[in-house]
Design a protein around this ligand. Structure first.
Ligand code: F6P
Length: 350
């Protein structure tokens, strides 16, 4: 009988429960197994908080957002650090794994999770990863689950901003999630018909942004929509830790102030924030998460451990955790999507 531990870690997103369900249903169907839910991610593994799950726990959760297991952020950097209370997190995690008599641990998460999963692999545990994040920035996979659901929300925000921008002849700035990677802003910006898209991978110059707005005005368009990633970088200081917000609450307020000053156009900021991570997964994410989850169960059946599932050209692969951990899949400014967006007149502030 195989004992499978499962945890979700990092920021939640729609599709986590669909993936958990995919792993469980396929595992129950393929092998004699027991599933242990680890509470709140690696924190639960450190603090030995878990419960035995039953097949019924995985029913009715396909459409449910968030994660039935709970989640937390446990930064990789601090994993090997012994805190003042003397807790050795790595040792505790190995101890919990052994106490629960697990044969493997499935970790659903983003970049931080993959680093932690690789750390546990180095410690000799059998780990299988699954790529979730609304940022779509996990190296080695074309797509992560959570991204498309967030894209639906973000695109709807950009869509809805059009009528109010038009009625008031305003510049409307929509700040979307993504500190390091601009995938969500790029996709939602183009899908929602934004005029300017600012992403961390293409540092912006406010003068260029203002130039785009003035051009639009000259051609008779009195309103403009800017989609900006929360981690968009100012060209003057592209390496800044806090990307040049200069005392403003976030990057879009800084840009709004400069635009208003330079153009005299009324400018407003909209930040949908965690709405982008909330709610039921989109059909695409339900499919992707189910598919990835079932593949992970197959990896467990084959004892193909130390790997994470990747989608490459519509096929699933098991990619070594050590190849994925510590790398980010950022937007390459040279991709066709950006080239074509420029052709239809979208400005990138560069
Ligand atoms: O990684 C997902 C993400 O939503 C990022 O896009 C965002 O920058 C971050 O998490 C927000 O984290 P938190 O929910 O911890 O504030």
């Amino acid at each position: 009988k195989k004992r499978i531990g499962i945890l979700t870690s990092g920021g939640d997103c729609p599709g986590l429960n669909a993936a958990i369900r995919g792993v469980a249903k396929a595992a129950y169907g393929m092998m004699d197994c027991e599933i242990v839910g680890i509470q709140d991610g690696f924190k639960g593994l450190i603090e030995d908080k878990s419960w035995e799950m039953l097949p019924k726990d995985f029913s009715g959760i396909l459409t449910r957002g968030g994660t039935i297991l709970g989640t937390s952020r446990t930064p990789y950097k601090k994993m090997r650090k012994i805190e003042k209370d003397g807790v050795d997190k790595v040792k505790n995690m190995v101890k919990t794994y052994e106490r629960l008599k697990l044969d493997c641990l499935v970790t659903l998460g983003g970049n931080g999770t993959h680093k932690n999963a690789n750390l546990l692999r180095e410690e000799g545990l059998n780990v299988v990863g699954l790529p979730k994040t609304i940022d779509n920035d996990i190296w080695g996979t074309d797509m992560t689950f959570g991204f498309h659901s967030a894209l639906d929300v973000a695109t709807e925000v950009v869509d809805r901003i059009h009528t109010t921008a038009d009625s008031h002849d305003r510049v409307m700035i929509i700040e979307l999630m993504g500190h390091k990677a601009g995938w969500l802003t790029l996709y939602a910006g183009i899908a929602g018909g934004a005029d300017v898209v600012l992403i961390p991978e293409i540092p912006y110059d406010v003068k260029k942004v203002v130039g785009s707005l003035k051009e639009r005005k000259k051609s008779g368009k009195d309103f403009s929509i800017i989609a900006v990633a929360e981690g968009a970088r100012n060209m003057e200081d592209p390496k800044a830790e806090d990307p040049g917000t200069d005392g403003f609450p976030s990057v879009s307020y800084r840009i709004a102030e400069l635009i208003q000053r330079e153009t005299g156009m009324e400018t407003r900021v909209t930040i949908p924030g965690h709405q982008q991570r909330g709610g039921s997964p989109s059909p695409y994410d339900r499919l992707l998460a189910t598919n990835l989850g079932a593949y992970a169960a197959e990896m467990i059946a084959n004892e193909n451990y130390g790997k994470t599932v990747s989608l490459i050209n519509n096929k699933l692969y098991a990619t070594p955790l050590e190849d994925v951990a510590g790398k980010l899949k950022l937007v390459d400014p040279g991709i066709e999507l950006i080239k074509n967006a420029r052709l239809i007149g979208i400005g990138f502030g560069d």
